[in-house]
Write a protein that binds this ligand. Structure first.
Ligand code: HEM
Length: 448
Protein backbone atom coordinates (compact mmCIF):
# COMPACT_ATOMS: atom_id res chain seq x y z
CA UNK A 1 0.00 0.00 0.00
CA UNK A 2 2.96 2.29 0.70
CA UNK A 3 3.87 2.27 -2.94
CA UNK A 4 0.35 3.26 -3.94
CA UNK A 5 0.34 6.19 -1.52
CA UNK A 6 3.45 7.62 -3.19
CA UNK A 7 1.32 8.13 -6.30
CA UNK A 8 0.75 11.78 -5.42
CA UNK A 9 4.30 12.59 -6.57
CA UNK A 10 3.93 10.66 -9.82
CA UNK A 11 2.26 11.61 -13.10
CA UNK A 12 -1.44 10.82 -13.36
CA UNK A 13 -2.72 7.48 -14.54
CA UNK A 14 -5.69 5.12 -14.31
CA UNK A 15 -6.85 4.11 -10.86
CA UNK A 16 -5.19 0.88 -9.73
CA UNK A 17 -7.13 -1.95 -8.08
CA UNK A 18 -5.86 -3.31 -4.78
CA UNK A 19 -3.32 -6.15 -5.33
CA UNK A 20 -3.86 -6.22 -9.10
CA UNK A 21 -2.83 -2.64 -9.75
CA UNK A 22 -3.53 -2.04 -13.47
CA UNK A 23 -2.35 -5.49 -14.53
CA UNK A 24 -5.83 -6.57 -15.59
CA UNK A 25 -6.24 -3.69 -18.09
CA UNK A 26 -2.74 -4.18 -19.42
CA UNK A 27 -3.10 -7.92 -19.93
CA UNK A 28 -6.53 -7.62 -21.58
CA UNK A 29 -5.26 -5.54 -24.51
CA UNK A 30 -1.75 -4.09 -24.04
CA UNK A 31 -1.67 -2.05 -27.26
CA UNK A 32 -5.04 -0.43 -26.77
CA UNK A 33 -4.21 0.21 -23.12
CA UNK A 34 -0.96 1.97 -24.07
CA UNK A 35 -2.65 4.12 -26.73
CA UNK A 36 -5.42 5.09 -24.34
CA UNK A 37 -2.87 6.02 -21.67
CA UNK A 38 -1.15 8.37 -24.06
CA UNK A 39 -4.38 9.90 -25.31
CA UNK A 40 -5.68 10.39 -21.77
CA UNK A 41 -2.60 11.42 -19.81
CA UNK A 42 -0.17 12.85 -22.36
CA UNK A 43 3.62 12.48 -22.25
CA UNK A 44 3.93 10.39 -19.08
CA UNK A 45 1.51 8.14 -17.26
CA UNK A 46 1.74 6.08 -14.11
CA UNK A 47 0.36 2.57 -13.94
CA UNK A 48 0.78 -0.05 -11.26
CA UNK A 49 2.08 -3.53 -11.92
CA UNK A 50 0.59 -5.09 -8.81
CA UNK A 51 1.77 -2.50 -6.26
CA UNK A 52 4.90 -1.32 -8.10
CA UNK A 53 4.57 2.07 -9.74
CA UNK A 54 5.52 2.04 -13.41
CA UNK A 55 5.93 5.15 -15.47
CA UNK A 56 5.10 4.77 -19.14
CA UNK A 57 7.12 7.02 -21.45
CA UNK A 58 5.93 8.29 -24.82
CA UNK A 59 8.23 11.30 -25.36
CA UNK A 60 11.34 11.01 -27.55
CA UNK A 61 13.52 13.05 -25.17
CA UNK A 62 12.42 11.05 -22.11
CA UNK A 63 13.22 7.83 -23.93
CA UNK A 64 16.59 9.25 -24.91
CA UNK A 65 17.27 10.10 -21.27
CA UNK A 66 16.60 6.56 -20.03
CA UNK A 67 18.26 4.58 -22.83
CA UNK A 68 21.33 6.65 -23.60
CA UNK A 69 21.87 9.62 -21.29
CA UNK A 70 21.55 7.83 -17.99
CA UNK A 71 21.35 4.09 -18.76
CA UNK A 72 23.37 3.08 -15.70
CA UNK A 73 20.50 4.09 -13.50
CA UNK A 74 18.12 1.70 -15.22
CA UNK A 75 18.51 -2.05 -14.86
CA UNK A 76 17.16 -4.55 -17.30
CA UNK A 77 17.79 -7.74 -15.31
CA UNK A 78 15.48 -6.85 -12.44
CA UNK A 79 12.78 -5.88 -14.86
CA UNK A 80 13.18 -8.93 -17.09
CA UNK A 81 12.80 -11.49 -14.31
CA UNK A 82 10.13 -13.40 -16.20
CA UNK A 83 12.62 -13.89 -19.05
CA UNK A 84 15.19 -15.24 -16.64
CA UNK A 85 13.16 -18.41 -16.19
CA UNK A 86 14.04 -19.14 -19.77
CA UNK A 87 17.19 -17.24 -20.78
CA UNK A 88 18.97 -17.54 -17.40
CA UNK A 89 21.90 -15.16 -17.18
CA UNK A 90 22.06 -14.26 -20.85
CA UNK A 91 22.47 -10.62 -21.88
CA UNK A 92 18.87 -9.64 -21.11
CA UNK A 93 19.39 -10.58 -17.49
CA UNK A 94 22.76 -8.98 -16.85
CA UNK A 95 23.48 -5.42 -15.82
CA UNK A 96 26.37 -3.09 -15.15
CA UNK A 97 29.94 -4.33 -15.51
CA UNK A 98 28.95 -7.97 -16.03
CA UNK A 99 26.65 -6.98 -18.87
CA UNK A 100 29.34 -4.83 -20.47
CA UNK A 101 31.95 -7.54 -20.16
CA UNK A 102 29.75 -10.36 -21.54
CA UNK A 103 28.47 -8.17 -24.34
CA UNK A 104 32.02 -7.29 -25.36
CA UNK A 105 32.79 -10.97 -25.41
CA UNK A 106 30.06 -11.90 -27.90
CA UNK A 107 30.29 -8.70 -29.96
CA UNK A 108 32.80 -10.07 -32.55
CA UNK A 109 30.12 -12.46 -33.84
CA UNK A 110 28.19 -9.38 -35.00
CA UNK A 111 30.96 -7.37 -36.62
CA UNK A 112 30.04 -6.28 -40.12
CA UNK A 113 32.41 -8.58 -42.02
CA UNK A 114 31.41 -11.59 -39.96
CA UNK A 115 27.72 -10.90 -40.39
CA UNK A 116 28.12 -10.42 -44.13
CA UNK A 117 29.62 -13.89 -44.36
CA UNK A 118 26.20 -15.26 -43.31
CA UNK A 119 24.45 -13.96 -46.44
CA UNK A 120 24.99 -17.12 -48.50
CA UNK A 121 23.47 -19.36 -45.82
CA UNK A 122 20.49 -17.04 -45.52
CA UNK A 123 19.86 -17.21 -49.26
CA UNK A 124 20.46 -20.95 -49.57
CA UNK A 125 18.12 -21.88 -46.71
CA UNK A 126 15.42 -19.60 -48.09
CA UNK A 127 15.67 -21.22 -51.52
CA UNK A 128 15.45 -24.69 -49.96
CA UNK A 129 12.26 -23.68 -48.16
CA UNK A 130 10.77 -22.13 -51.30
CA UNK A 131 11.36 -25.39 -53.17
CA UNK A 132 8.87 -27.04 -50.82
CA UNK A 133 6.10 -24.47 -51.50
CA UNK A 134 3.64 -24.87 -54.35
CA UNK A 135 1.57 -22.19 -56.00
CA UNK A 136 -2.09 -22.59 -55.09
CA UNK A 137 -1.51 -24.12 -51.67
CA UNK A 138 -2.36 -22.54 -48.34
CA UNK A 139 0.38 -22.25 -45.73
CA UNK A 140 0.80 -20.93 -42.19
CA UNK A 141 3.34 -18.35 -43.22
CA UNK A 142 4.59 -17.42 -39.76
CA UNK A 143 5.29 -21.07 -38.92
CA UNK A 144 7.22 -21.56 -42.13
CA UNK A 145 9.23 -18.42 -41.47
CA UNK A 146 9.90 -19.44 -37.91
CA UNK A 147 11.50 -22.69 -39.12
CA UNK A 148 13.57 -20.72 -41.60
CA UNK A 149 14.81 -18.04 -39.19
CA UNK A 150 15.61 -20.59 -36.50
CA UNK A 151 17.50 -22.76 -38.95
CA UNK A 152 19.38 -19.68 -40.18
CA UNK A 153 20.42 -18.38 -36.77
CA UNK A 154 21.46 -21.87 -35.60
CA UNK A 155 23.64 -22.41 -38.66
CA UNK A 156 25.20 -18.93 -38.71
CA UNK A 157 26.00 -18.74 -35.01
CA UNK A 158 26.47 -22.37 -33.98
CA UNK A 159 27.19 -24.16 -37.22
CA UNK A 160 24.45 -26.73 -36.79
CA UNK A 161 21.90 -27.55 -39.41
CA UNK A 162 18.52 -28.10 -37.78
CA UNK A 163 17.11 -29.19 -41.14
CA UNK A 164 14.20 -27.79 -43.04
CA UNK A 165 11.60 -28.97 -40.55
CA UNK A 166 12.76 -28.42 -37.00
CA UNK A 167 9.25 -28.81 -35.64
CA UNK A 168 10.38 -30.20 -32.28
CA UNK A 169 12.28 -27.05 -31.43
CA UNK A 170 9.64 -24.84 -33.04
CA UNK A 171 6.99 -26.49 -30.85
CA UNK A 172 9.17 -26.09 -27.77
CA UNK A 173 9.52 -22.35 -28.38
CA UNK A 174 5.76 -22.16 -29.02
CA UNK A 175 5.15 -23.95 -25.67
CA UNK A 176 7.07 -21.19 -23.94
CA UNK A 177 5.57 -18.33 -25.90
CA UNK A 178 1.98 -19.48 -25.76
CA UNK A 179 1.91 -20.29 -22.07
CA UNK A 180 3.20 -17.06 -20.61
CA UNK A 181 2.03 -16.33 -17.05
CA UNK A 182 -1.62 -15.31 -16.82
CA UNK A 183 -2.85 -12.80 -14.30
CA UNK A 184 -3.17 -15.28 -11.43
CA UNK A 185 0.33 -16.66 -11.88
CA UNK A 186 1.70 -13.11 -12.06
CA UNK A 187 -0.03 -11.89 -8.95
CA UNK A 188 0.40 -14.95 -6.77
CA UNK A 189 3.78 -15.84 -8.29
CA UNK A 190 2.45 -19.39 -8.56
CA UNK A 191 4.85 -21.86 -10.14
CA UNK A 192 3.17 -25.25 -10.28
CA UNK A 193 5.07 -27.68 -12.44
CA UNK A 194 2.35 -30.00 -13.73
CA UNK A 195 1.79 -31.00 -17.36
CA UNK A 196 -1.39 -28.92 -17.66
CA UNK A 197 -0.24 -25.69 -15.95
CA UNK A 198 1.23 -22.81 -17.94
CA UNK A 199 4.40 -23.09 -15.91
CA UNK A 200 4.59 -26.86 -16.56
CA UNK A 201 4.14 -26.33 -20.29
CA UNK A 202 6.88 -23.69 -20.34
CA UNK A 203 9.17 -26.04 -18.45
CA UNK A 204 8.50 -28.81 -20.97
CA UNK A 205 9.49 -26.46 -23.81
CA UNK A 206 12.59 -25.41 -21.95
CA UNK A 207 13.61 -29.04 -21.28
CA UNK A 208 13.44 -29.91 -24.98
CA UNK A 209 15.52 -26.90 -25.99
CA UNK A 210 18.02 -27.45 -23.17
CA UNK A 211 18.58 -31.03 -24.30
CA UNK A 212 19.53 -29.86 -27.79
CA UNK A 213 21.80 -27.10 -26.50
CA UNK A 214 23.64 -29.17 -23.88
CA UNK A 215 24.16 -31.95 -26.42
CA UNK A 216 25.66 -29.44 -28.80
CA UNK A 217 28.00 -28.03 -26.13
CA UNK A 218 29.15 -31.52 -25.05
CA UNK A 219 29.80 -32.55 -28.63
CA UNK A 220 31.85 -29.44 -29.32
CA UNK A 221 33.86 -29.86 -26.15
CA UNK A 222 34.71 -33.43 -27.19
CA UNK A 223 35.65 -32.40 -30.73
CA UNK A 224 37.74 -29.53 -29.36
CA UNK A 225 37.91 -27.97 -32.82
CA UNK A 226 37.67 -24.23 -33.44
CA UNK A 227 34.83 -23.89 -35.94
CA UNK A 228 35.36 -20.13 -36.05
CA UNK A 229 31.77 -19.52 -35.03
CA UNK A 230 29.98 -17.91 -32.10
CA UNK A 231 29.89 -21.16 -30.14
CA UNK A 232 33.64 -21.73 -30.53
CA UNK A 233 34.11 -18.18 -29.29
CA UNK A 234 32.06 -18.90 -26.18
CA UNK A 235 33.89 -22.18 -25.57
CA UNK A 236 37.30 -20.50 -25.83
CA UNK A 237 36.36 -17.60 -23.59
CA UNK A 238 37.62 -17.17 -20.08
CA UNK A 239 36.16 -14.93 -17.42
CA UNK A 240 38.78 -14.06 -14.79
CA UNK A 241 40.80 -16.97 -16.19
CA UNK A 242 37.88 -19.36 -15.80
CA UNK A 243 36.24 -20.90 -18.83
CA UNK A 244 32.51 -20.18 -19.14
CA UNK A 245 30.45 -22.96 -17.58
CA UNK A 246 28.04 -25.05 -19.64
CA UNK A 247 25.20 -23.16 -17.99
CA UNK A 248 26.61 -19.76 -18.95
CA UNK A 249 27.10 -20.94 -22.53
CA UNK A 250 23.62 -22.43 -22.57
CA UNK A 251 22.16 -19.10 -21.38
CA UNK A 252 23.90 -17.19 -24.16
CA UNK A 253 22.78 -19.68 -26.81
CA UNK A 254 19.20 -19.68 -25.55
CA UNK A 255 19.15 -15.86 -25.53
CA UNK A 256 20.50 -15.57 -29.06
CA UNK A 257 18.29 -18.23 -30.58
CA UNK A 258 15.17 -16.87 -28.86
CA UNK A 259 15.91 -13.19 -29.58
CA UNK A 260 17.22 -13.98 -33.03
CA UNK A 261 14.40 -15.96 -34.64
CA UNK A 262 11.14 -14.73 -33.17
CA UNK A 263 11.66 -11.03 -33.93
CA UNK A 264 12.75 -11.64 -37.51
CA UNK A 265 9.82 -14.03 -38.07
CA UNK A 266 7.39 -11.41 -36.84
CA UNK A 267 8.86 -8.65 -38.98
CA UNK A 268 8.78 -10.73 -42.15
CA UNK A 269 5.22 -11.89 -41.45
CA UNK A 270 4.08 -8.31 -40.85
CA UNK A 271 5.94 -7.13 -43.97
CA UNK A 272 4.21 -9.72 -46.14
CA UNK A 273 0.88 -8.89 -44.52
CA UNK A 274 1.35 -5.16 -45.20
CA UNK A 275 2.46 -5.75 -48.79
CA UNK A 276 -0.56 -7.97 -49.39
CA UNK A 277 -2.77 -5.11 -48.16
CA UNK A 278 -1.06 -2.33 -50.13
CA UNK A 279 -1.03 -3.07 -53.85
CA UNK A 280 0.89 -0.04 -55.07
CA UNK A 281 3.68 -0.50 -52.48
CA UNK A 282 3.89 -4.17 -53.42
CA UNK A 283 4.13 -3.21 -57.11
CA UNK A 284 6.99 -0.79 -56.41
CA UNK A 285 8.90 -3.35 -54.42
CA UNK A 286 8.36 -6.10 -56.96
CA UNK A 287 9.38 -3.83 -59.85
CA UNK A 288 12.58 -2.97 -58.02
CA UNK A 289 13.40 -6.66 -57.52
CA UNK A 290 12.62 -7.48 -61.14
CA UNK A 291 14.62 -4.63 -62.60
CA UNK A 292 17.64 -5.08 -60.35
CA UNK A 293 17.84 -8.83 -59.78
CA UNK A 294 16.23 -10.19 -62.97
CA UNK A 295 14.74 -13.18 -61.20
CA UNK A 296 17.97 -14.19 -59.48
CA UNK A 297 18.15 -14.49 -55.69
CA UNK A 298 20.10 -11.56 -54.21
CA UNK A 299 23.76 -11.67 -53.31
CA UNK A 300 25.25 -9.47 -50.64
CA UNK A 301 26.41 -7.00 -53.29
CA UNK A 302 22.88 -6.78 -54.74
CA UNK A 303 21.36 -5.44 -51.54
CA UNK A 304 22.62 -1.92 -52.20
CA UNK A 305 20.59 -1.94 -55.43
CA UNK A 306 17.26 -2.64 -53.75
CA UNK A 307 16.66 0.23 -51.31
CA UNK A 308 12.86 0.02 -51.53
CA UNK A 309 13.07 -3.42 -49.91
CA UNK A 310 14.96 -1.88 -47.01
CA UNK A 311 12.46 0.99 -46.70
CA UNK A 312 9.56 -1.48 -46.63
CA UNK A 313 11.27 -3.32 -43.76
CA UNK A 314 11.95 -0.05 -41.88
CA UNK A 315 8.33 0.88 -42.30
CA UNK A 316 7.15 -2.53 -41.09
CA UNK A 317 9.31 -2.13 -37.99
CA UNK A 318 7.73 1.27 -37.41
CA UNK A 319 4.16 0.03 -37.62
CA UNK A 320 4.68 -3.32 -35.93
CA UNK A 321 7.85 -3.18 -33.80
CA UNK A 322 8.35 -6.79 -32.63
CA UNK A 323 9.83 -5.61 -29.33
CA UNK A 324 6.93 -3.22 -28.76
CA UNK A 325 7.86 -2.40 -25.18
CA UNK A 326 11.20 -1.87 -23.45
CA UNK A 327 11.27 -2.19 -19.67
CA UNK A 328 13.72 -1.02 -17.03
CA UNK A 329 13.79 -0.59 -13.26
CA UNK A 330 15.35 2.49 -11.67
CA UNK A 331 18.24 1.89 -9.30
CA UNK A 332 18.00 5.36 -7.77
CA UNK A 333 15.58 8.26 -7.77
CA UNK A 334 15.37 10.20 -11.03
CA UNK A 335 13.59 13.25 -12.37
CA UNK A 336 11.67 13.77 -15.60
CA UNK A 337 9.35 16.64 -16.49
CA UNK A 338 9.32 17.99 -12.92
CA UNK A 339 8.33 14.63 -11.47
CA UNK A 340 10.64 12.82 -9.09
CA UNK A 341 10.45 9.07 -9.35
CA UNK A 342 11.59 6.89 -6.46
CA UNK A 343 14.17 4.11 -6.76
CA UNK A 344 12.63 0.81 -7.97
CA UNK A 345 10.12 2.60 -10.23
CA UNK A 346 9.56 0.53 -13.35
CA UNK A 347 10.00 2.39 -16.62
CA UNK A 348 8.09 1.25 -19.71
CA UNK A 349 8.97 2.63 -23.13
CA UNK A 350 6.13 2.19 -25.57
CA UNK A 351 7.37 1.92 -29.14
CA UNK A 352 3.88 1.03 -30.26
CA UNK A 353 2.68 4.51 -29.32
CA UNK A 354 5.90 6.37 -30.17
CA UNK A 355 6.08 4.95 -33.71
CA UNK A 356 2.47 5.92 -34.45
CA UNK A 357 2.18 9.33 -32.81
CA UNK A 358 0.25 11.50 -35.30
CA UNK A 359 2.16 14.62 -34.16
CA UNK A 360 5.48 12.94 -35.00
CA UNK A 361 4.53 10.99 -38.13
CA UNK A 362 2.51 12.12 -41.13
CA UNK A 363 -0.22 9.63 -41.99
CA UNK A 364 1.03 7.71 -38.98
CA UNK A 365 -1.09 4.58 -39.49
CA UNK A 366 -0.32 4.22 -43.19
CA UNK A 367 2.28 1.91 -44.70
CA UNK A 368 4.49 4.33 -46.64
CA UNK A 369 7.96 2.90 -47.33
CA UNK A 370 8.80 6.12 -49.22
CA UNK A 371 9.11 7.97 -45.94
CA UNK A 372 12.48 6.19 -45.61
CA UNK A 373 13.81 7.60 -48.89
CA UNK A 374 16.88 9.56 -47.67
CA UNK A 375 15.50 12.99 -48.63
CA UNK A 376 12.33 12.23 -46.61
CA UNK A 377 14.00 10.36 -43.77
CA UNK A 378 16.02 13.40 -42.80
CA UNK A 379 12.78 14.96 -41.50
CA UNK A 380 12.11 12.15 -39.05
CA UNK A 381 12.07 13.47 -35.51
CA UNK A 382 15.11 12.23 -33.59
CA UNK A 383 14.27 9.47 -31.12
CA UNK A 384 10.84 8.85 -32.59
CA UNK A 385 11.94 5.52 -34.13
CA UNK A 386 13.74 2.89 -32.06
CA UNK A 387 12.83 -0.61 -33.29
CA UNK A 388 16.18 -1.97 -32.08
CA UNK A 389 16.35 0.09 -28.88
CA UNK A 390 19.29 2.39 -28.25
CA UNK A 391 22.28 2.99 -25.99
CA UNK A 392 24.46 0.30 -24.41
CA UNK A 393 21.71 -2.32 -24.76
CA UNK A 394 20.85 -1.63 -28.39
CA UNK A 395 20.04 -4.89 -30.14
CA UNK A 396 23.36 -6.63 -30.62
CA UNK A 397 21.82 -8.69 -33.43
CA UNK A 398 20.72 -5.63 -35.42
CA UNK A 399 23.25 -6.04 -38.28
CA UNK A 400 22.33 -9.72 -38.51
CA UNK A 401 18.61 -8.96 -38.52
CA UNK A 402 18.91 -6.18 -41.10
CA UNK A 403 20.82 -8.41 -43.48
CA UNK A 404 18.59 -11.40 -42.90
CA UNK A 405 15.32 -9.58 -43.43
CA UNK A 406 16.42 -8.07 -46.73
CA UNK A 407 17.91 -11.33 -48.02
CA UNK A 408 14.87 -13.39 -47.07
CA UNK A 409 12.22 -10.93 -48.25
CA UNK A 410 13.91 -10.25 -51.60
CA UNK A 411 14.42 -13.98 -52.22
CA UNK A 412 10.87 -14.95 -51.26
CA UNK A 413 9.08 -12.20 -53.18
CA UNK A 414 10.80 -13.04 -56.41
CA UNK A 415 9.21 -16.49 -56.36
CA UNK A 416 5.84 -15.98 -54.67
CA UNK A 417 3.05 -13.51 -54.17
CA UNK A 418 0.84 -13.91 -51.12
CA UNK A 419 -2.93 -13.73 -50.91
CA UNK A 420 -4.38 -13.57 -47.45
CA UNK A 421 -7.10 -16.20 -46.97
CA UNK A 422 -10.60 -14.78 -47.38
CA UNK A 423 -12.30 -13.82 -44.14
CA UNK A 424 -9.03 -13.30 -42.25
CA UNK A 425 -9.37 -10.55 -39.63
CA UNK A 426 -6.01 -9.31 -38.45
CA UNK A 427 -5.61 -9.09 -34.71
CA UNK A 428 -2.41 -8.28 -32.89
CA UNK A 429 -1.03 -10.55 -30.21
CA UNK A 430 1.26 -8.62 -27.88
CA UNK A 431 2.76 -11.00 -25.35
CA UNK A 432 6.56 -11.06 -25.30
CA UNK A 433 6.83 -9.83 -28.86
CA UNK A 434 4.24 -8.39 -31.21
CA UNK A 435 2.79 -11.12 -33.41
CA UNK A 436 -0.21 -11.75 -35.61
CA UNK A 437 -2.83 -13.48 -33.50
CA UNK A 438 -3.30 -17.11 -34.54
CA UNK A 439 -0.69 -16.67 -37.26
CA UNK A 440 -0.97 -15.67 -40.90
CA UNK A 441 -2.62 -18.10 -43.31
CA UNK A 442 -1.83 -17.24 -46.91
CA UNK A 443 -2.45 -18.70 -50.34
CA UNK A 444 0.64 -18.91 -52.50
CA UNK A 445 0.60 -17.47 -55.97
CA UNK A 446 3.48 -17.44 -58.40
CA UNK A 447 5.20 -14.03 -58.49
CA UNK A 448 3.80 -12.07 -61.48
C1 HEM B 1 13.73 -7.53 -36.39
C2 HEM B 1 14.60 -8.09 -35.62
C3 HEM B 1 14.94 -7.63 -34.22
C4 HEM B 1 14.41 -6.64 -33.45
C5 HEM B 1 13.27 -5.69 -33.80
C6 HEM B 1 15.12 -6.64 -32.20
C7 HEM B 1 14.89 -5.75 -31.16
C8 HEM B 1 15.66 -5.68 -30.02
C9 HEM B 1 15.54 -4.66 -29.00
C10 HEM B 1 14.54 -3.52 -29.01
C11 HEM B 1 16.47 -4.90 -28.05
C12 HEM B 1 16.79 -4.04 -26.85
C13 HEM B 1 15.97 -4.42 -25.65
C14 HEM B 1 16.26 -3.50 -24.47
O1 HEM B 1 16.74 -2.38 -24.62
O2 HEM B 1 15.96 -3.95 -23.36
C15 HEM B 1 17.17 -6.12 -28.44
C16 HEM B 1 18.16 -6.71 -27.71
C17 HEM B 1 18.79 -7.87 -28.07
N1 HEM B 1 18.67 -8.52 -29.28
FE1 HEM B 1 17.46 -8.01 -30.80
N2 HEM B 1 16.06 -7.64 -32.24
C18 HEM B 1 16.00 -8.25 -33.46
C19 HEM B 1 16.80 -9.29 -33.91
C20 HEM B 1 17.79 -9.89 -33.19
C21 HEM B 1 18.65 -10.93 -33.69
C22 HEM B 1 18.62 -11.49 -35.11
C23 HEM B 1 19.46 -11.30 -32.65
C24 HEM B 1 20.55 -12.33 -32.60
C25 HEM B 1 20.95 -13.06 -33.59
C26 HEM B 1 19.11 -10.46 -31.50
C27 HEM B 1 19.70 -10.55 -30.27
C28 HEM B 1 19.49 -9.64 -29.25
C29 HEM B 1 20.14 -9.72 -27.95
C30 HEM B 1 21.09 -10.80 -27.49
C31 HEM B 1 19.72 -8.60 -27.22
C32 HEM B 1 20.13 -8.20 -25.80
C33 HEM B 1 21.21 -7.15 -25.90
C34 HEM B 1 21.70 -6.62 -24.57
O3 HEM B 1 20.94 -6.65 -23.59
O4 HEM B 1 22.85 -6.16 -24.52
N3 HEM B 1 18.10 -9.62 -31.88
N4 HEM B 1 16.67 -6.55 -29.64
Amino acid sequence: MDAIQQKVTLPPGPKPLPVLGNNHSFVRDPLDFLQTLHQTYGPLATIYMSDTPSVVLFEPEHIHYVLTENPRNFTSAEFAQNLQEFTGHGLFNLDGDTHRQQRRLVQPAFHRKRVESYADTMRQYTLELLDTWKAGEQIALDQELQQLTMRTVAKCLFNIDLGLRNSNLGQAFADIRENQPKLLEMILKLRINLPFTDYGKRQRGKRIIDEVIYRLIAQRRIEGKDEGDFLSMLLATTEDDQALSDTQIRDHIMTFVAAGHETATNTLSWAIYLLAQNDSEYEKLYLELQSQLHGQPPTLADLAKIPYTEWAINETLRLYPPAYLIGRRARAEFTLDNYTFPAKTNVLISKWVLHRRPDLWEAADEFQPERWRPENAKNIVPWSYIPFGAGPRICIGMPFAQLEMRMLLATILQRFKFRIVPGFKMQTDAVITLRIKNGLQVILEPAP
